[in-house]
Write a protein that binds this ligand. Structure first.
Ligand code: AHG
Ligand code: MN
Ligand code: MN
Length: 335
């Protein structure tokens, strides 16, 4: 077996024939996201040295406190995508509305990128891993129709998804619907190199992951299921950066839950740029993702850009077990 390093760019080009549409555009977009990831990584790495830690004195549309680094990451992603010519617009956690890009040299681009520029912002100042999540949606409308609703509010429009984790090492994981692969940034050559080929999530794991501090604010079914996890002697791991929790689960197995609470009656995580891309990756790796009403995340039809959802995601057997548990519990309550 050869030990040749395979860079992200080489890999994307090698696999581009697997895309159903517009190979070159999607290839270009993924490469641009790779470049943006390196820029954000550089910022995250030196954040404490260049006065970009701390709050930015604003709230985003979801009511979260915005950090300076959220805004930097957002700006860098937009810059990289805007100049690519492959993206007709972006939807970001940090921008209230869809941001439409003008066509370059009269060419109407076919893809919209939705992203969470920095996931786990509350962890930035204390040097705990954070991430970037992205979802690439293919425009389903006539290019002249420049209304977001017509562009990607259709579940089948999701064609690629990925995340970058800025952790002990920086890793980019993505799927275009033919398996999941991971690339570690080698800082000495400044390239993402293939390090995790064809990732397969274990059928079950030894940890569950939920903000147990909100236990009393969860519905009774969810509380009983969490008790059940504890009865099974599962350990609890919760980082507060969903990307990091999902990354662990992809490799070690386990289940992540963010149920509805009194404070977040529709759940906290956003469907278009958090739940959908992570559900796509996890499913592509053999896992499952549903909401608290036991519907498959990827079957949900978003009605608005910043729509929220509850989520249960992870190892297939554990998600199935959670579903069966809640169904049994709800039936016994009725009888
Ligand atoms: P973001 O930093 O993009 O707003 O996302 C934070 C999310 C998610 O990453 C994490 O799992 C969750 O919010 C943590 O929320 P709680 O502090 O309510 O548990
Ligand atoms: Mn997030
Ligand atoms: Mn964020």
């Amino acid at each position: 077996m050869s030990n040749k390093i395979i860079t992200l760019d080489e890999f994307i080009i090698k696999r581009q024939n697997e895309f159903l549409y517009d190979h070159d555009e999607l290839t270009g977009l993924l490469r641009d996201i790779g470049v943006a990831a390196k820029i954000v990584n550089r910022l995250v790495n030196k954040a404490g040295l260049v006065n970009i830690l701390g709050k930015a004195d604003s709230e985003n549309i979801s009511g979260d406190t915005v950090q300076k680094l959220d805004l930097y990451a957002n700006e860098k992603l937009i810059e990289c995508l805007k100049n690519s010519g492959q993206c007709c617009g972006i939807a970001s956690e940090e921008d209230e509305t869809f941001l439409q890009f003008p066509s370059i040299q009269g060419k109407e681009a076919n893809y919209v990128v939705a992203f969470d520029p920095l996931d786990g912002s509350s962890n930035i100042d204390v040097n705990v891993s954070v991430g970037t999540i992205f979802a690439i949606y293919r425009r389903i409308s006539d290019p002249k129709i420049r209304v977001l609703k017509k562009i990607f509010y259709k579940r089948t429009a999701l064609v690629a998804a990925g995340y970058v984790i800025y952790g002990t090492s920086t890793i980019l994981v993505y799927t275009t619907g033919s398996g999941v692969n991971g690339f570690t940034l080698d800082p000495s050559i400044g390239e993402f190199c293939l390090s995790h080929h064809n990732i397969q999530i274990p059928k079950r794991g030894n940890y569950y992951s939920v903000n147990q501090g909100y236990y009393l604010k969860f519905d009774i079914e969810m509380r009983r299921y969490i008790d059940y996890c504890s009865d099974l002697n599962l350990g609890l791991r919760y980082i507060g950066s969903m990307v990091s929790d999902i990354h662990r689960i992809l490799f070690q197995g386990g289940i992540f839950l963010y149920p509805v609470t009194r404070k977040y009656p529709d759940g906290k995580l956003r469907l278009v740029y958090e739940c959908n891309p992570l559900a796509y990756i996890v499913e592509q790796a053999g896992g499952k993702a549903i909401n608290g009403s036991l519907e498959r995340i990827l079957d949900l039809q978003p009605k608005k850009l910043h729509e929220k959802s509850s989520i249960v995601i992870g190892s297939p057997d554990m998600v199935d077990e959670m579903k069966a548990y809640v169904e049994r519990y709800s039936a016994s309550k009725m009888s």
